[in-house]
Design a protein around this ligand. Structure first.
Ligand SMILES: C[S@@+](CC[C@H](N)C(=O)[O-])C[C@H]1O[C@@H](n2cnc3c(N)ncnc32)[C@H](O)[C@@H]1O
Length: 432
């Protein structure tokens, strides 16, 4: 276990110091790749739970450690975090947690400090647990915004749901839906007519029919923008409808647009993500026009029936699936993101035909990236009107604000809940 705990600490340090995402940090760690299945699962359990409980763990450290831990000792700080997480929140024997942490910290000559601190925490465990609120796990940049817009009770409810292991949604290609008993094959339950929900066990590539390209991973919330576009154009031949998708990788919405038969052009700025998008398209045996470019710098000769903006965002709606968001300081970042989202919207109004639609979506529930962006845009652009999201989609258990759709995690009637997500449907009445 010493090795697993050391590897978990390296991974946590990579995530916090190098701003790596969880998946990237795991797969780029050589030690992790050499572990057997059981130890890999243990490392993941340690890192994910420490990320989810980061706010509470920091409170404990601040209370019990007088002098702040020096920057060069960040590895030891992360070792302490992982150990505290095990002592307070995971059912693991205390002596093994403390002994292993002491052993690892010898390399840094901090074994006495680590030993004293962890033993103190073991002794005071009950008292500590009574005094660390679960809401502390949500950093201020998102916690304050949620409390202001949706209330303190919801904040508490959300904080509770974020420490649970998320489920995974799988979108089955329509052509294969009826051909197999997918619930049995994938060991899950349908939560929509084409989406099956499964437990997060083992690598996704090992699941049946993944390599055959019969399905892809996509949260139910994220399937709604294309479901909305399909409804808008339900009476049209889809091949006559041109859709420009902005921000396309890794591809969930592109695949849906292709499946429905829309004439799609997908733009993605990142080379690395475009490569992934193309690999996914190959696996699914889909083809479409992909442009690896910065949308904001591009010149267009054509106008589109519909522009789908899947904007880069803080991903605050996906905290359960990406708990690394909880340890990053997005306070400053969110202003930059909002600026970019705003520029994308402003540009898209020139690219859509009169009577055409702009669908703006983000996997965020932060007001600065959602309602505020749209309200400002509508105020400035009288040629654009907001269209209400239709009632069938609202039935998924959502909060509506001025016709916009905000899906809050843990408020949905769908079994297992939904990822946080925001959609606004905008229609261009005439030229600006
Ligand atoms: C939320 S993700 C898109 C998810 C994708 N639509 C899907 O369904 O799988 C946003 C994407 O926008 C891309 N992006 C950010 N700025 C961009 C720009 N200026 N032009 C084009 N793409 C951009 C990011 O690299 C990222 O892949």
């Amino acid at each position: 276990m010493t090795n697993s705990r050391e590897i978990a600490t390296q991974i946590l340090t990579d995530i916090s110091e190098k701003e790596k995402f969880f998946e990237t940090a795991i797969f780029s760690n050589r030690g992790f790749n050499r572990l057997d299945k059981r130890d890999k699962a243990f490392v993941k359990l340690l890192v994910l739970n420490t990320l989810r409980r980061n706010g509470q763990i920091i409170k404990v450290i601040k209370k019990l450690v007088k002098n702040p831990i020096k920057r060069r000792d960040f590895f030891v700080l992360n070792l302490i975090k992982i150990s505290i997480c095990q002592i307070l929140f995971l059912d693991i024997k205390e002596y093994s947690i403390v002994n292993t942490a002491v052993e690892i910290s010898k390399k840094y000559k901090l074994e006495k400090f680590v030993n004293g601190l962890l033993r103190n925490i073991c002794r005071k465990k009950k008292e500590i647990l009574l005094n660390i609120k679960i809401e502390s796990n949500l950093p201020r940049w998102i916690g304050n915004d949620i409390a202001k817009n949706f209330g303190g009770n919801y904040l508490k409810k959300l904080s509770k749901s974020l420490i649970e292991e998320p489920l995974i949604d799988i979108k089955i290609k329509e052509e294969y839906l009826k051909k197999r008993n997918w619930e049995r094959i994938l060991n899950g339950k349908f939560v929509a007519n084409d989406i099956i929900r499964i437990e997060n066990t083992g690598p996704i590539e090992d699941k049946p029919f993944y390599n055959d390209g019969y399905w892809w991973v996509q949260g139910l919330s994220a399937t709604l923008p294309v479901k909305i576009i399909t409804k808008i154009y339900k009476n049209n031949h889809k091949k006559d409808i041109s859709v420009l998708e902005v921000g396309a990788a890794p591809g969930g919405k592109t695949f849906q647009l292709i499946e429905k038969g829309f004439r799609t052009t997908s733009i993605e700025i990142s080379n690395r993500r475009t490569k992934r998008l193309k690999e996914n398209l190959n696996r699914l045996k889909y083809k479409t026009k992909i442009l690896c470019k910065n949308f904001l710098d591009m010149n267009f000769n054509e106008k589109y029936d519909c522009v789908l903006i899947d904007a880069p965002c803080s991903a605050s709606g996906l905290i359960q699936k990406k708990p690394e968001i909880l340890i990053k300081n997005k306070e400053i970042n969110i202003k930059e993101l909002a600026k970019k989202q705003n520029l994308m919207l402003s540009k898209s109004k020139y690219l859509v035909k009169n009577g055409g639609y702009i669908i703006y979506c983000v996997c965020s529930i932060h007001s600065k990236e959602t309602t505020e962006i749209i309200e400002k845009f509508l105020k400035k652009n009288k040629c654009i009107e907001s269209v209400s999201v239709d009632s069938e989609i609202c039935n998924l258990g959502v909060v509506i604000k001025n016709g916009m759709l905000m899906i809050l995690p843990d408020t949905s009637k769908v079994r297992g809940g939904l990822d946080g997500f925001f959609i606004s449907i905008l229609r261009k009445k005439n030229d600006h």
